[in-house]
Design a protein around this ligand. Structure first.
Ligand code: GLC
Length: 538
């Protein structure tokens, strides 16, 4: 049925969406109370970042029980009610499936470290090398090495992410059986599918030393290997029984890998998140971001539009700084926010809106490292300190890249704590911008970013070319991006000016939408203007 080709998917970071019980932490009843907001936006599905029990070293991406709900967020009954209430509004629920690793507080880990059968090999355990050094030279995703000594077992365990996120060993067949069981558990409760966390790293072919790299030494031993394809096909057998949908988070994925992971006949994933367009403003490694240059960004988008038949389109999520300060311009907040919305909702693929993006939320306004929660940022800070990088420079690096930029609480209104919580303090600082950037204000303003998102979502529903049409790029310069979406006789052109200066484009047509007030279009774009044109028949 491929409902996901016509849907807009909305990502909720539950900790920061809506608190209902005054403890400063978002929860499931809070999400339920805001479903009308999502329905009004025209959302077809919600991807819920993890809501399972977790010690929260990585805010839920370190799961200690896959078949329950974190009491901070509610109980299983709340989840059932969420699924039901969402369904009533025509919204499906997607869970986050984090199966590359578990929390070290998971029962499996507790048993594995004590060598209790059958859990003994659920994780990658290894002794030190004869010279006493770590089992191999791999380095991890959060900037540290990826082996941690365990006194109980008397061996090291592998963790590609935080120390408390131990990698599961898929060479042990029981692990896959456990995962299949988890899938059935949630599918039986009515979820429509899963967003699969770092899913192309599951299979490690060996623990041999990796080729030395600046970051992620060892990558060739686990990046999108045949073993992972096999695991995905096995999981698909379960998923197909429920006609469930999956979108994979696939790091360092190339178009060739992506085609293999998503080709419908291979029965692996339905859709995946690629990263290339999100890396065009990065220098060497992700913590060194330099200024955004539109041209490479357009080129990466074009490449993926052309190389894959269908894409997950996104500009934000809980791991990335906010898109307006990054790809747009704070000084042209409203215009560039709408321009980015236009890009998101008119490329070919399934758009993902991250909570707060629909009202143009911006990066945090924290003053220093002690206000951060993100485990990655704290690690980076520790490592940079060890290299004697001065505090000012450390903060500059971290402030631009920290994942907490996107994790501050949702800004609902201009009341205390932006309407997110009635507690004195939210679990993470509320961005003071909420006085100007909040949903309540924008709902009553037909010119707001929120109204623009709603309007574009409606336009997408009306124009099949914007959903299913093919993609043809017309112009991609150092600041202008123009492309056409066409389906049969229906043809629509989108022209975007990614700069604070007027620009000219070659396209003409009947004006459908502009983020400026204008009657017609003569090829001249205002600063950060986005226009959508109906192409005149030849
Ligand atoms: C993914 C998640 C991220 C998490 C990591 C480890 O990249 O999106 O938030 O830290 O996986 O689970």
């Amino acid at each position: 049925m491929e409902w996901w080709k016509d849907a807009i998917i909305y990502q909720i970071y539950p900790r920061s969406f809506q608190d209902s019980n005054g403890d400063g932490i978002g929860d499931i009843p809070g999400i339920i109370s805001r479903l009308d907001h999502l329905q009004e936006l025209g959302v077809g599905a919600i991807w819920l970042s993890p809501v399972y029990p977790s010690p929260n070293d990585d805010n839920g991406y370190d799961i200690s029980d896959y078949k329950n709900i974190n009491p901070e967020y509610g109980a299983l009954e709340d989840m059932d009610r969420l699924i039901l209430e969402a369904k009533r509004r025509g919204i499906r629920i997607l869970m986050d499936l984090v199966i590359n690793h578990t929390s070290t507080q998971h029962e499996w880990f507790e048993k594995s470290r004590r060598r209790i059968v059958p859990y003994t090999d659920y994780y990658y355990w290894a002794p030190p090398r004869p010279d006493g050094s770590l089992p191999n030279n791999w380095t991890g995703f959060f900037g540290e090495n990826c082996w941690q000594w365990d006194d109980v077992r008397g061996e090291y365990y592998l963790h590609l992410f935080a120390r408390t996120q131990a990698d599961l060993n898929y060479h042990c067949p029981q692990v896959l059986d456990e995962v299949k069981d988890i899938l059935r558990f949630w599918l039986d409760r009515g979820v429509a599918g899963f967003r699969c966390d770092v899913i192309n790293l599951l299979w490690k072919d060996s623990l041999a030393d990796g080729e030395k790299r600046l970051a992620l030494t060892g990558l060739e031993h686990y990046l999108t290997l045949e073993g992972t394809h096999g695991i995905l096909r096995q999981l698909r057998e379960v998923l197909d029984g429920y006609r469930a949908f999956t979108v994979g988070e696939t790091v360092f994925v190339t178009p060739d890998m992506a085609r293999d992971l998503c080709a419908p006949e291979r029965r692996e994933l339905d859709l995946l998140f690629s990263f290339e367009h999100m890396e065009t403003d990065q220098y060497f490694i992700k913590w060194l971001k330099r200024d955004f240059r539109p041209k490479p960004f357009f080129e990466a988008l074009i490449k993926w539009q052309q190389e894959l038949p269908w894409n997950a389109i996104y500009l934000e999520n809980h791991d990335q700084p906010r898109s307006i300060p990054r790809f747009g311009c704070d000084g042209w907040w409203r215009e560039s926010g709408k321009l980015l919305a236009t890009l998101l909702l008119t490329l070919r693929g399934t758009p993902f809106i991250y909570q707060g993006q629909e009202i143009g939320m911006v990066d945090f306004d924290f003053d220093g490292v002690d206000q951060l929660n993100d485990v990655e940022s704290r690690n980076v800070n520790r490592i940079l300190s060890a290299y004697h990088v001065p505090e000012g420079l450390r903060w500059r690096i971290i402030a631009r890249t920290s994942r907490d930029n996107a994790r501050t609480p949702m800004q609902w209104d201009d009341g205390p704590n932006a309407g997110f919580t009635t507690a004195d303090r939210a679990w993470l600082g509320v961005n003071r911008s909420y006085h100007f950037v909040n949903l309540a204000d924008q709902e009553s303003d037909p010119d707001s970013i929120w109204s623009w998102y709603k309007d574009l979502a409606k336009l997408r529903r009306e124009r099949e070319a914007l959903r299913r049409g093919d993609f043809l790029w017309l112009e991609a310069t150092h600041r202008v991006f123009v492309y056409r979406r066409r389906l049969g006789a229906e043809s629509v052109t989108v022209a975007l000016n990614f700069s604070g200066r007027p620009a000219r484009v070659g396209s003409r047509g009947t004006l459908l939408r502009s983020n400026y007030r204008r009657d017609g279009f003569d090829g001249r774009l205002q600063p950060w203007e986005a226009v959508i044109l109906e192409d005149r028949p030849l």
